[in-house]
Write a protein that binds this ligand. Sequence first.
Ligand SMILES: *Cc1c(COP(=O)(O)O)cnc(C)c1O
Length: 303
Amino acid sequence: MADLSKGVAFIDDDYKPVGEACIPVLDWGFLHSDATYDVAHTWRGRFFRVDDYLDRFHASMAKLRMSVPYSREQIRSIMFELVRRSGLRDAYIEIVCTRGMPAPGSRDPRSCKNRFFAFVIPFVWIANERMREQGLDLLISRQQRIPPESVDPSIKNYHWLDMVMALFEAYDRGADTVILVDSEGGLVEGPGFNIFARLGDTVVTPARGVLEGVTRETVLELLARETLQVAPGPLPAASAQAADEVFITSTAGGVMPVTRLSGQVVGNGRPGALTAKLNDAYWALHDDPDYSVAIDYRGNPDE
Ligand SMILES: *Cc1c(COP(=O)(O)O)cnc(C)c1O
């Protein structure tokens, strides 16, 4: 029997080991990146803010004029069932809706039957332990993120060629990861994360041209408990490089310090105190019943 702790997928109304799940090559999700997705996680056997991820996923599907034959409640149950079957405590759960395939010979998106699938795999970190402890070396890319006028970034999407080429640029220069810019040279977001900078008593996070991350939102809620000014708005590269602290946020890792920005040392070169405080508070919320819900791992022994 396959080892389900490596991952489980739900596709075509069936659960199977993640390595056995396939989609047809003619699906526009693959041929045109015509898809939306979301990524939630569990930590120590509890789902974090699962309804917020579901809200975003359903909003994304509606904006792309997609619909699937599963209700929101059913998708929620599928997510729990995937985790239950895997037995994973710390898990990464991806839910995906693709455009599907058009009628033979047609290029009309209205003729497509949208496809839903989902999978769970062990928790994925954007930054390894060294980076989380010492801070990331982040390159400010020359690459512009696809502008919001072209693709609505509030829809979580697979338009990642800008991100992937920027990652090559970062690795070529020995950086850990990369942040992309807008047409004005302001920082926007990186492959799967949002960014924040603290300049004195003010915390800035880009508000335009970004996906509104659930982790970003959680940090904004945590910042409301502090006596700091929060200023969602443009973050020019020079301000970020002159900031006292910079950190990135993602489901895949929480709140992670940045200690170098394109070769420039950030603050005193060590992870900032606010970053550490927010990260501790973020992980503490994973036991808070207002933010997380326990998974029932009991089930039929024949599964
Ligand atoms: C997923 C993602 C983020 C981070 O969002 P979270 O909900 O915090 O994980 C930021 N930017 C992009 C482009 C993303 O895909």
